[in-house]
Ligand binder design. Structure first.
Ligand code: ASP
Length: 330
């Protein structure tokens, strides 16, 4: 997602800021791990600022990281103007809004849903899968049946704006994800709570106009999200197929286990994807990948393939949007 004026004005209103982006948008390169701290919450893209605010409030009240991240990303899921997550998300090529989400707590409890239709809060369904089934992932009709059994309400998630865009797309029906432009994007959120525990959540409508049934990285534990409460947590955004290929978020956490800082771990993972992409297809211009990571000490990291990925970070006294540094020059 590019940091558009529309997004800035929305954020400025929410945070009572002037329309001078200075104090909100930190300088590129200032994103390396800061001093250890807790509680802390970090999430992908500019919609993360508002989601973090909600999550951080809960963390400050002493709530668990898993509850904070769930509630935080649900804010984005409910916002019809965010066209890449939840309600109002862009549909697949058949005009169906299909959602992917997962959640992971400090005990390695996991829950996920994929290709879920008609339910505004896929992350809450993922949480219910985690807590009320012997399984870790439900997909498609099975996920919908389960959600309805659990009392979730069936809704139409296709807003007139998304429908209009889909009808426009149908004219040449060319599937072409665009780097940093919001025809895809995910909110991935990681938190370290005041008890020192980590959790994460990840939710998206995936790539706009994808094939019906396509599943990206976001609901796949290890790809779109991974949490190891002894080490750290990571989440991903961008072209899910590439993230899945290297089990991206698990890779970032394992690199932290080996002693890399969150920043170095994100850099290594992006470099791995870059290397594989170059070997496989040569052209990387149309691919974006972004990772964020948080370790047990509350230090964070972020890195992306192409410039343009930003993330939101909130801890005591600071709530900022940061531009992630990128492997490739702009
Ligand atoms: N990773 C998401 C997917 O592949 C999309 C995104 O984050 O841009 O579905």
């Amino acid at each position: 997602m590019i940091f558009t004026r529309r997004h800035f004005l929305k954020l400025a209103t929410a945070f009572g800021l002037s329309t001078n982006a200075g104090p909100l948008l930190a300088k590129p390169g200032s994103t390396s791990s800061g001093p250890a701290r807790k509680p802390v919450v970090i999430s992908t893209w500019d919609f993360g600022l508002q989601a973090n605010k909600l999550a951080f409030n809960l963390l400050q009240q002493g709530q668990r990281a898993v509850d904070a991240v769930q509630q935080g990303v649900m804010l984005t899921e409910a916002d019809p103007t965010e066209r890449s997550v939840g309600y109002g998300g862009r549909p697949d090529r058949d005009g169906k809004v299909t959602l992917d989400a997962c959640i992971m707590d400090e005990f390695a409890n996991i829950g996920a849903v994929a290709v879920l239709q008609h339910i505004k809060h896929p992350v809450a369904v993922a949480r219910a899968v985690m807590e009320h089934t012997p399984h870790v992932m439900l997909v498609g009709q099975g996920a919908l049946d389960f959600a309805l059994e659990q009392g979730f309400v069936r809704e139409n998630l296709l807003t007139p704006e998304s429908e209009q865009e889909w009808r426009q797309w149908l004219k040449d029906a060319n599937y072409r994800p665009v780097v940093n432009i919001e025809n895809h994007d995910t909110i991935g959120m990681l938190a370290l709570d005041s008890h020192g525990n980590l959790a994460g959540a990840c939710t998206t409508s995936g790539m706009a106009f994808k094939m019906h049934g396509r599943v990206g990285d976001s609901p796949i534990i290890g790809a779109g999200l991974y949490v190891d409460n002894e080490v750290g947590a990571a989440t991903a955004t961008g072209h899910g197929e590439e993230v899945i290929r290297v089990t991206g978020s698990f890779l970032v956490v394992e690199l932290m286990r080996q002693g890399f800082s969150p920043q170095q771990a994100c850099e290594q993972a992006v470099q791995r994807i870059y290397h594989k992409l170059k070997l496989r297809q040569g052209n990387i211009a149309d691919t974006q990948i972004g990772f964020i990571a948080l370790n047990k000490q509350g230090e964070h990291g972020s890195y992306c393939l192409q410039p343009g990925f930003n993330f939101a970070l909130q801890h005591a006294g600071s709530a900022q949007l940061h531009a992630a540094s990128a492997l490739l020059a702009s």
